[in-house]
Design a protein around this ligand. Structure first.
Ligand code: GLU
Length: 283
């Protein structure tokens, strides 16, 4: 199949208009390309995932008129694949254990140059490297970005964007090794409490599902750089990416899970029809 896309919600709250936009857009793009629309439940964060939200995702998406093949991939079933990938990265010496908490990181990131703000990457403050050479065997597992870039050598870190990033980035997007080191740094690939991370799981799952086109919100554009680096390291090809604008509320703020007023369930209760939702979203 030349066009396989997916919608990958986390069952940690009700789907809102922003989710509906992402799902409908991906579904419509797949239909136009005579491709496939898949669903994936991103429930690695078991402290926040709830069966009731998962059930509501199925219900809301079906109500919106979407359908998808069964069985649905659930990340909570995929731990062995995540572990195997981590083991391979450990064996190649590209990841290291880290026991820093947020406060340690904030303090260390500020320490070298008082007054100079720390660099903020896709996952927050870029890790200052405190545990990089400690040889710890337990904790969160971080990518040693410098070592990873060395292994990748001249492999170009680029992907094709058919939508746009937050600054209008589109077309062939390239990340320089400088920017990867300075702007991303040693990201966490396995959280201590999860045994994996959003980045590692999403890359492995997209590959396992044969996804050729990732359609998702612009808030994840910067994370794509991390995904491309992981795809190169784990010898997976990169899908094409299509990042779309975020749906905002009347004050311009992006919608959050707790924004119940714009939950699909609320619109349904108020008597709206799926066609009204499409209309509201300009689809
Ligand atoms: N699970 C993510 C979310 O709900 C989406 C991940 C992705 O599309 O790559 O925001």
């Amino acid at each position: 199949m030349s066009f396989v896309t997916r919608f990958a919600p986390s069952p940690t709250g009700p789907l809102h208009l922003g989710h509906a936009y992402s799902a409908l857009l991906a579904h419509d793009m797949a239909r136009a390309a005579r491709g496939q629309f898949l669903l994936r439940i991103e429930d690695i964060d078991q402290s926040r995932a709830r069966p009731k939200w998962e059930a509501q995702i199925y219900d809301d998406l079906a109500w919106l008129g979407l359908s998808w093949p069964q069985p649905v991939m659930r990340q909570s079933d995929r731990q062995p694949a995540y572990l195997a990938a981590l083991d391979r990265l450990k064996a190649s010496g590209l990841i290291y254990a880290c026991t820093c908490n947020r406060l340690d990181i904030a303090q260390a990131a500020n320490a070298p140059q008082e007054g100079v703000p720390p660099v903020i990457g896709p996952d927050g403050v870029v890790y200052p490297g405190t545990c990089r050479n400690k040889g710890l065997t337990d904790g969160a597992w971080r990518l040693n970005m410098a070592a990873a870039l060395q292994v990748l050598g001249d492999t170009p870190l680029s992907f094709t964007e058919t939508g746009a990033g937050p600054e209008g980035q589109t077309g062939e997007i390239t990340l320089s090794t400088q920017d990867a080191l300075r702007g991303i740094g040693d990201v966490v690939l396995a959280r201590r409490d999860m045994g994996t991370s959003y980045h590692l799981s999403v890359v492995l799952d997209d590959a396992a599902q044969g996804v050729t086109h990732v359609v998702r919100g612009q808030d994840l554009f910067e994370a794509t750089y991390i995904h491309v680096i992981l795809q190169r390291l784990t010898v997976l090809s990169s899908p094409t990416y299509h990042h779309h604008a975020l749906i905002r509320d009347d004050t311009g703020k992006r919608l959050a899970k707790r924004d119940d007023a714009r939950a699909i369930a609320t619109y349904r209760r108020d008597g709206m029809k799926p066609q009204d939702i499409r209309h509201l979203l300009g689809l």
